[in-house]
Design a protein around this ligand. Sequence first.
Ligand SMILES: [Zn+2]
Length: 312
Amino acid sequence: MNIICSTCIRSYFLRIALFLFVFSGTVNAQQTYSVENYSRIMWNHLEMLSELGPRYVGTKGYGKTLQLIRHVGAEFADKVVEHPFVVKQHDGRQRQMVNIEFIFHGEKEDQPVLLGTHFDTRPYADQESDPTLQNHPITGSNDGGSGTSVLLGLAQYLKEYPVSQPIRIMFFDGEDFGQSGTGEMFLGSKHHANFLRQNFQRTWPLAVIIVDMVGDKDLEIFKETNSLASGPKVLDRIYNVARRINIFQFNEKSKYTIQDDHLPFARLGIPSVVLIDFDYPYWHKLSDTLNKCSPKSLSAVFSVLVRVLSEW
Ligand SMILES: [Zn+2]
């Protein structure tokens, strides 16, 4: 015969609570992902993009890059939205460009966090010292390739390990398009910021995180000064996570002031930051190729982003 006293009941409920606590810990533990797996996935994307060569509008590689992004979106995103736009160039030519948006609904009723990168590559190697090389297009393994690969990998992660925060992943066209002095840069992000401006503010992203040039073998990401002005709390989230999970590639000091796809959103008043390693001697040169990049660098940024998003 069992004697049920109030102390026994209390201890029973305590044991249940403990069991549930341990069990939920087990569930969380099962959520741990294999970073090696995603590292391989992202590196495969980067290899493929690099093999395509130049990937700006009008090139064969551009069409193939769009195909890859669309394929990954169809497989892993809750919804894919394309934002086509026409660019009128300074010489009167018109170009048809497109931003691609992956939507992950999440569970929370909240505004989304937007992660973005440019998928186009620079048509001019204008940092080459030899003037005869300056009109050649770059491969852009790091500049154009690395951010795209990380966010394609992230899309797969978000399908396999959903987070509760609504997320948008944007692949911007035309970031690196125009010849210097034409102002024909950041075309996709400017277009998207205009698109947001025409929509209700309650649908805007809470924050914008741009990744660009994050594949460099000796990756070191300093706090960028425009980002510090626009989204200091977003940077805090990112760097606190990096410190906690020992991702040494994030350096808390600030170093460069960079114009990138975060600025059109920062001008709308949305906290917006760029993660970029600008200490890259191959920037806008023909030598920006796969052998300057490392899967370890891609996974360092990936690991920080997935933790930031799952804790949002
Ligand atoms: Zn560039």
